[in-house]
Design a protein around this ligand. Structure first.
Ligand SMILES: [Zn+2]
Length: 242
């Protein structure tokens, strides 16, 4: 068994732990492989965030500028500017070099899906030797749906509508076939926002789209460490992917 959703750098400004942001010194990748082995895992798939790489600026663009809510746009802009410290080129080189040293690693990427930029994103990624791509919805328009600072939007929008907006994008991503795997498919629940009624209708749409395009779904324990304290996807949704 492996872990196929692993990031090599923390979010936010550099806190002095680990190598400086965007650097992959000797032993950095080895340390992840050793830690995985201690947990009984035989392989590690790295999935750096595309939006964190400086190369993504030209394809994702200032996507928050079309967000009508100024507060959400400002929060996203500040977050992206703070987090965009990595180099796609350097990341790929580091993982490819680790593979050629014989380490049990795979080269992946967590791709931010936005309908308007996905074609340009795939063009940017085309030259690199990916083993797999995972796809995520982190933004609905300019709203960072899984970013704590912007969680106030759930109260304004309503939880059901937030789910509708989120799953509409996730379904579009699943249908596009642009990625191999859907990452944290119901991350919209991260902070504990759950609609009064289980949104089976929204779940069914993403399940059907994924089945039609042959896109896999990630099962992630990361949700256990979030306020929702539950795996992604929620067990009732996971069963629907059967
Ligand atoms: Zn993610």
């Amino acid at each position: 068994m492996g872990d196929y959703h692993v990031h090599l750098h923390d979010h936010g400004p550099y806190q002095g732990v680990g190598p400086p942001l965007g650097e992959y010194p000797p032993g950095h990748i080895e340390a992840y492989v050793e830690q995985a082995a201690r947990a009984g895992l035989s392989e590690v798939g790295f999935t750096e965030h595309l939006y964190r790489c400086v190369e993504s600026e030209s394809v994702l663009g200032p996507f928050w500028e079309n967000e009508p809510r100024q507060d959400l746009a400002a929060e996203t802009e500040a977050m992206v500017r703070e987090d965009r410290t990595l180099s796609l080129e350097t990341y790929v080189e580091a993982v490819v070099a680790a593979k050629s040293r014989g380490l049990p690693v795979k080269l992946g990427l967590e791709v931010d899906f936005m309908p308007d930029s996905i074609d340009a994103v795939l063009e940017l990624l085309e030259p690199y030797p990916w083993d797999f791509l995972i796809g995520a919805i982190h933004w609905i328009g300019g709203w960072s749906v899984d970013y704590g600072i912007s969680a106030h939007e759930f109260a304004r929008r309503g939880v059901r509508r937030a789910y509708e907006d989120y799953f509409a994008l996730k379904t579009q991503l699943a249908a596009s076939g642009a990625v191999d795997v859907l990452a944290h498919v119901d991350v919209v629940k991260r902070f504990g926002h759950v609609p009064a009624e289980v949104p089976t209708d929204l779940y069914a749409e993403v399940v059907e789209a994924a089945a039609n395009s042959g896109t896999a779904v990630e099962v992630s324990s990361a949700g256990l460490r979030k306020p929702i304290a539950e795996i992604f996807p929620t067990p009732s949704l996971l069963r629907m992917f059967n």
